[in-house]
Design a protein around this ligand. Structure first.
Ligand SMILES: Cc1cc2nc3c(=O)[nH]c(=O)nc-3n(C[C@H](O)[C@H](O)[C@H](O)COP(=O)(O)OP(=O)(O)OC[C@H]3O[C@@H](n4cnc5c(N)ncnc54)[C@H](O)[C@@H]3O)c2cc1C
Length: 512
């Protein structure tokens, strides 16, 4: 008899991270419970950029059409100074050859949540709205929680709890997990609106000036719709509540007749924090998304990093719940995602400091030097590649982590995302489902066909690629690459016998 895998996991929070976590578990045949303190889906757009790595995951989940129907790719980045337009860069194929999605896709957070929420419904799982976690404690074999529900309250034990409950995470606080870091003094405003004048529709428009902090307009779906972001002027920054009308005269002072703003559908102000939780796992509880790390929104990484946390944890948790792997595997979640969060916070901090610094030299570099050299630099293929890999999260890797065993020495190593390429018209990512491992046998393995076939199972797909030209171009070498369900290379080797050993020792698969 199949074990009952429903209600063993509680997901706290139905933001993008919690929804992705639930959607991934459902794909593995596990029905979690997912609760949300709010009464219904959010109406705030908040994050707007979906990076290529997240798009790849959406496609694997069969959600590509839904996502395309609701969003648009950013077409250009255009830089303006006080003297007018300085330069423009096409963004539509900046990552050509690196991903099927070589651009940044604009799909506001509320729409991401709709796509994921609808997907859950299709799989028969409903978010439990108006249901809040109140108390939580690790016990011997699980986690005891107290929930506040529309009908009153409930105390229950789960095997695992996922804290996807945002920056003020109840899970994190109740478990006494340190959230070290600080808050920048600057206050920003963000507005979704219609804009006309000296800007390019469908483009990221950056306005640089010594008179005011960078103004950025990101394209939103819809003609002339933009997300406007800027630093609040000092005389407004100290006020607790302000509205867009109070800001309008200041904006006019800054940009004069160059731009007109109207039809504001969302306005908010916020301070930027940078903090990372000391532990992403404590007992049987996990922290994912903003509950685990928060940083400046520069580069549009926040929501995407939460989606990747969920994607990293879900397959590990699923294998353990299904009895196919030992609990030990779960320790690798912190081992992989904590260093990633720490380095992301350091990078976004550095970029943020350049953006807000009042130092004249930094101001000169930001407002004069960078705008003049960036367009030329970004035409260089190597720079373009590095830039895309960083922003799109396709370059993120788990090299030298517990699960990564490198023995081939190619340019692409164990711990890297298996590279995207097309061989004989077949998109290599279409061979990966997200719910099994894949063994890529590159080159001539005809003498070991029987050994390779013996490895094939419902949990392991074997893919043979003989066209040397294609895989060498992608940075791979002839050999065996064992790819985890989340698309990262676990083992690279020349020895078929090592595959079995790796699965037992590293992935901790149970012998059966
Ligand atoms: C103004 C603003 C602009 C932003 N812009 C960008 C951007 O351009 N790009 C980008 O990548 N990121 C941006 N972000 C960050 C992005 O919104 C977050 O990274 C993202 O929302 C994180 O998702 P999450 O699911 O981890 O957390 P959240 O979206 O915060 O979701 C957590 C959920 O948990 C619920 N919850 C909390 N406590 C409980 C409880 N005790 N019980 C039950 N439910 C609970 C909350 O109600 C909430 O719905 C922005 C954020 C803000 C505020």
């Amino acid at each position: 008899m199949e074990p009952d895998l429903s209600n063993q996991v509680l997901i706290v929070g139905a933001g993008p991270t919690g929804l992705m976590m639930a959607a991934q578990l459902v794909r593995w045949g596990i029905q979690p419970r997912i609760i949300e303190a709010n009464a219904g889906p959010t109406l705030q757009t908040r994050a707007i950029g979906v990076q290529a790595r997240s798009m790849e995951i959406y496609r694997e989940m069969g959600l590509e059409n839904e996502v395309f129907a609701r969003g648009v790719p950013a077409k250009y980045a255009t830089i303006f100074t006080e003297h007018g337009r300085l330069g423009q860069l096409s963004m539509t194929d900046i990552g050509a050859g690196l991903s099927a999605y070589p651009y940044m896709f604009i799909l506001p957070q509320d729409q991401n949540e709709r796509v994921l929420g609808d997907d859950l419904m299709q799989h028969g799982l409903k978010v439990e709205w108006s249901t809040a976690l109140k108390e939580i404690a690790n016990t011997d074999g699980g986690v005891r929680v107290t929930l506040e529900t529309p009908g009153g309250g409930e105390t229950k034990e789960f095997r695992y709890v996922i804290g996807a409950d945002g920056p003020r995470s109840t899970v994190r606080q109740a478990l006494n997990i340190d959230f070290a870091g600080s808050t920048y003094e600057h206050k920003f405003f963000v507005a979704d609106l219609s804009a006309e004048g000296e800007l390019v529709d469908g483009s990221l428009n950056l306005f640089l000036s010594n008179k005011y902090f960078v103004l950025a307009l990101f394209p939103l779906p819809g003609a002339k719709r933009f997300r406007l972001i800027g630093l609040l002027p000092d005389d407004l920054a100290h006020k607790e509540h302000i509205n867009f009308e109070e800001l309008q005269p200041k904006l006019r002072e800054m940009v004069g007749e160059r731009m007109r703003f109207e039809d504001v559908s969302w306005f908010s102000t916020y301070k930027v924090h940078h903090r990372v939780a000391a532990q992403f796992k404590k007992g049987q509880c996990f922290l994912v998304g903003d509950a685990a790390h928060i940083h400046s929104p520069i580069g549009g990484q926040g929501m995407n990093t939460g989606l990747q946390d969920a994607y990293n944890l879900a397959w590990k948790l699923a294998l353990v719940l299904r009895g196919q792997a030992k609990e030990q595997l779960l320790e690798t979640y912190h081992n992989e995602r904590h260093p990633n969060a720490t380095s992301l916070i350091n990078t976004t901090d550095r970029a943020f400091n350049v953006l807000v610094s009042a130092h004249p030299l930094v101001g000169f570099v930001r407002n004069w030097l960078i705008p003049r050299i960036a367009p030329a630099l970004l035409k260089n293929k190597w720079v373009q590649r590095k830039f895309f890999m960083t922003i799109s999260q396709t370059g993120l890797n788990y090299r030298n982590r517990t699960l990564s065993t490198e023995q081939l020495g190619g340019q692409i190593k164990a711990g890297d995302r298996f590279p995207w390429f097309v061989e004989n018209g077949l998109d290599v990512f279409q061979t990966m489902t997200g719910t099994r491992l894949a063994l890529f046998a590159l080159g001539d393995w005809s003498a070991q066909t029987a050994q390779l076939e013996m490895l094939r199972s419902p949990l392991l797909e074997v893919v043979k690629i003989t066209d040397q030209h294609t895989f060498l171009k992608a940075g791979l070498v002839a050999g065996l690459y064992l790819v985890r369900p989340d698309g990262y290379i676990g083992l690279s080797t020349k020895d078929v016998a090592e595959i079995h050993e790796y699965l037992l020792q590293k992935i901790c698969l149970t012998a059966s």
